[in-house]
Design a protein around this ligand. Structure first.
Ligand SMILES: NC(=O)c1ccc[n+]([C@@H]2O[C@H](COP(=O)([O-])OP(=O)(O)OC[C@H]3O[C@@H](n4cnc5c(N)ncnc54)[C@H](O)[C@@H]3O)[C@@H](O)[C@H]2O)c1
Ligand SMILES: O=c1ccn([C@@H]2O[C@H](COP(=O)(O)OP(=O)(O)O[C@H]3O[C@H](CO)[C@@H](O)[C@H](O)[C@H]3O)[C@@H](O)[C@H]2O)c(=O)[nH]1
Length: 449
């Protein structure tokens, strides 16, 4: 029985398995679109927070959306998968982190989730669609499909492209929706149900592409590989600029004016981090090597190396400017999150640089408008300051590591009065060098004079 949902489409009962970053946002957005959603996670602390309307991470717009969805009664959270026994669509949003000591993805969470959902569907005797959203190596869906089909359900792979910091907007209004489907009638029937879930987006003409499993899985990792490559390309140009006195920001602006290249993702600096690009390019490399395509992904190994070299560059610059004074020097690191509008510290270049400078004997103090609570939990050895002014006070070196707006618009004259020595490494190339120099600073950018 298809029930109308908020004036458009059809109400679908949904379970979101894994309420981390992706799952929590997806669950709240789907409830906001009018579906009945139960979010399931193994972590009782996370479920308690979400059920109480507390966002477990910093994401603009998410707390309001969560509150609205909870008070509508269409969104609930549980640690008990049994509570999802009556749902029609299971979204798998569990993590696929990098395996320790390897480049490959750890698929144990996906495998466990599929097995648990299949057991639940078998016990309920109802039909269901299982929709994988996690980022997985190509071939995963084909491997898991028989487990799902054995209980009369159908597997679709529907990769997610949201960016942290814009997660709500990207979920509600994505650039495109991709379904990796099995052949035949089961695939077609499952597609109709997923179209009901995304009725709002489809009504707004957001492109929906249907492919086979392998293509859908590859679209996701290819997109992230391309983005990472673009960043490492411009960072490689920054390395050349450093040897020649050229300015990578002007170079990026000039090449970006060519529509075929485009302006986005050409911001040179300390490179990419986060819970996605680094681990996704490594997992793709590992999978391609498994498939015998070692040479096809050779460039991705370089992309990774270039990216990590930019962090080394900041550490080297700090050594150059401070010399023997590095030991005991006070270094203010502005920003901890891997990017602004997020408190995510996964593979954060800022945290990596701060930790390495501390390891060299510097007295490092980190500030960030959103990530300090998480920083205290995950990196308790790093000193922190609530306010940028406190971090800057008596600093011998300032490293701008995350381009939060408050750091970008900081007044260099005011900042100069706080520090002991006015030296700044602009790790994101976002400050105006001439202005900072006029205010008495030694300004060091990445790839620009
Ligand atoms: N974070 C993003 O911006 C983003 C965007 C697109 C795609 N992805 C992909 O989505 C997936 C999830 O990413 P994330 O950042 O949300 O990860 P995460 O680590 O923040 O969250 C994963 C959650 O799954 C839970 N979990 C694990 N096994 C479970 C199980 N069997 N049942 C219920 N819950 C379980 C964990 O407790 C955790 O809360 C990854 O594959 C990632 O690559 C993430
Ligand atoms: O020109 C640029 C653009 C980005 N970055 C850095 O690259 C990283 C990743 O940025 P971004 O891609 O905006 O963030 P994510 O939220 O990690 O999103 C990426 O990873 C997600 C998870 O797979 C995908 O869904 C998104 O489409 C993809 O953009 C951050 O550290 C940025 O500072 C740069 O250094 N230079």
């Amino acid at each position: 029985m298809r029930q109308q949902c908020l004036g458009y489409g059809v109400l679908v009962r949904i379970a979101v398995i894994g309420c981390g970053y992706l799952g929590a946002v997806h669950a709240a957005c789907m409830a906001d679109l009018g579906h009945d959603v139960v979010g399931v996670d193994l972590d009782p602390g996370r479920i308690a927070a979400l059920a109480a309307g507390r966002a477990p991470f910093h994401e603009p717009g998410f707390p309001e959306l969560l509150g609205r969805a909870l008070s509508s009664g269409r969104l609930t959270f549980t640690t008990d998968l049994e509570e999802a026994a009556r749902v029609r669509v299971f979204f798998l949003c569990v993590g696929t982190p990098q395996l320790p000591g390897s480049n490959a993805a750890d698929l144990s969470f996906v495998d466990d989730a599929v097995r648990s959902v299949a057991a639940l569907v078998a016990a309920s005797g109802r039909t269901a669609v299982v929709v994988g959203k996690s980022t997985v190596p190509v071939g995963t869906a084909a491997r898991l499909a028989p487990l799902v089909e054995a209980v009369g359900a159908t597997l679709i792979w529907n990769p997610e492209f949201l960016r942290e910091g814009y997660a709500v907007r990207d979920t509600l209004t994505p650039n495109r929706i991709v379904y990796g489907l099995p052949d035949g009638e089961d695939g077609a029937a499952a597609q109709e149900i997923l179209d009901d879930v995304y009725a709002d987006q489809l009504r707004r003409q957001i492109p929906r592409l249907t492919t086979d499993y392998a293509t859908a899985e590859l679209v996701k990792v290819a997109a992230n590989s391309f983005l990472a490559t673009k960043i490492s390309f411009i960072n490689a140009m920054a390395e050349i600029c450093e040897l020649t006195g050229a300015d990578v920001t002007q170079l990026a602006g000039a090449i970006g004016m060519d529509d075929r290249i485009g302006k986005k993702f050409l911001q040179a600096g300390i490179g990419f981090g986060g819970g996605c690009l680094p681990k996704d390019i490594r997992a793709f490399t590992a999978r391609a090597e498994e498939l015998g395509a070692h040479e096809s992904v050779g460039f991705l190994r370089e992309v990774d190396k270039i990216n990590l070299r930019r962090r080394d560059r900041v550490v080297d610059l700090a050594k150059q400017v401070l010399g023997e004074r590095l030991v005991g020097a006070r270094v203010a690191v502005l920003g901890a999150a891997f990017k602004p509008h997020s408190d995510d510290l996964r593979d954060s270049p800022a945290v990596d640089i701060a930790t390495r400078l501390q390891g060299l004997g510097a007295d490092v103090v980190v500030t960030d408008p959103a990530a300090l609570p998480l920083l205290a939990r995950l990196h308790p050895a790093l000193s922190q300051a609530e306010q940028a002014e406190d971090a800057l006070r008596d600093a011998d070196l300032v490293v701008l590591a995350t381009e939060w707006r408050e750091y970008v618009v900081m007044d260099p004259y005011d900042a100069a009065e706080l520090v002991r020595t006015p030296v700044v490494i602009d790790g994101r190339n976002v400050l105006n060098p001439a202005r900072w120099r006029r205010a008495g600073w030694t300004y060091l950018g990445l790839g620009r004079p």
